[in-house]
Design a binder for this molecule. Structure first.
Ligand SMILES: [Zn+2]
Length: 287
């Protein structure tokens, strides 16, 4: 058969390569957890992901996943909003925790591991408004570390939009002066006003499975208007699986559900969503 009689699509039938920018691996899933999830993700076309920490066990797992899959997994390490109390109970407290975080970033870089970002970090006044002051202090300290390392940050914000923006602003200004992006607001569930202020600071906005939920019309309306060069997708594995996988334990392979929803909302193709979100993630995380 002459070569030109092959249907042309057989050479490019799958241009969809997805980048899940927010995956938590848990120690309780065991060693197979990482291998199973990364393998199933690759089979679904999700061939790049950021393994995100937030406490010591998750930071360890993020690094372990990146070591095993250096071509497709990069770690973000840091301390989440519930960590001030946990760190305070260790000897040396928060200061020692931050020193250890810096040492880890330096050690990883020395070993040739590309650290994608610091995080996740941020503020959550839904679950723990009573610890607002220590949350803000830990967030601010990590923003300053990120600046020292020239790394973007992965930010969580729940019912804390004003404080999040106030703390991000000076960091974002300095990032702009340095010609780089400050980072991403992950699992965005805010309104248009919050999105506009984040975009003005230079941040990217990442949508999770929540954007696919039946009652998420206002969120989909925000997602429709995020500029092409500022949008990311994520699963936030293992939580909140997107439609059509609701009820299952979430995993990176399911980020295709988020992409399909955004394609519909933004009146474009899944391929195009895969392409722009992958380009944006690679540029932000330097991978
Ligand atoms: Zn997370």
């Amino acid at each position: 058969m002459p070569i030109n009689s092959f249907p042309s699509h057989s050479f490019c039938y799958d241009m969809r390569m997805f980048f899940d920018t927010h995956v938590h691996f848990h120690e309780t899933d065991g060693d197979r957890g990482i291998d199973d999830l990364v393998t199933r993700a690759a089979a679904a076309g999700v061939n790049r992901l950021v393994a995100v920490g937030g406490d010591c066990p998750m930071n360890r797992m993020a690094v372990e996943a990146a070591r095993r899959y250096p071509e497709s997994v990069w770690p973000a390490i840091g301390f989440d909003r519930d960590q001030p109390a946990a760190l305070a109970m260790e000897s040396g407290g928060v200061a020692t925790g931050l020193e250890r975080l810096s040492d880890n970033v330096r050690a990883l870089r020395k070993q040739g591991v590309t650290v994608a970002a610091l995080g996740e970090m941020g503020l959550d006044y839904h679950y723990s408004a009573d610890t607002a002051d220590v949350q803000k202090a830990l967030f601010e300290a990590q923003l300053s570390l990120a600046e020292d390392f020239g790394l973007p940050v992965v930010v969580h914000s729940r019912l804390a939009d004003d404080d999040t923006l106030r703390l991000l602003e000076p960091f974002a200004d300095r990032c702009r002066d340095a010609g780089r992006s400050p980072g991403v607001l992950h699992c965005f569930t805010g309104d248009q006003g919050f999105a506009d202020r984040l975009l003005a600071l230079g941040l990217l906005i990442s949508f999770s499975g929540i954007v696919t939920f039946r009652n998420a019309d206002p969120l989909r309306e925000v997602a429709r208007h995020v500029p092409d060069d500022r949008i990311l997708i994520e699963t936030d594995t293992p939580f909140l699986a997107p439609v059509p996988y609701r009820g299952k334990r979430n995993e990176p392979a399911f980020v295709t559900g988020v992409a399909a929803c955004l394609a519909e909302v933004r009146e474009t193709t899944v391929e195009e969503i895969a392409r722009i979100t992958t380009d944006n993630a690679r540029a932000l995380f330097g991978v």
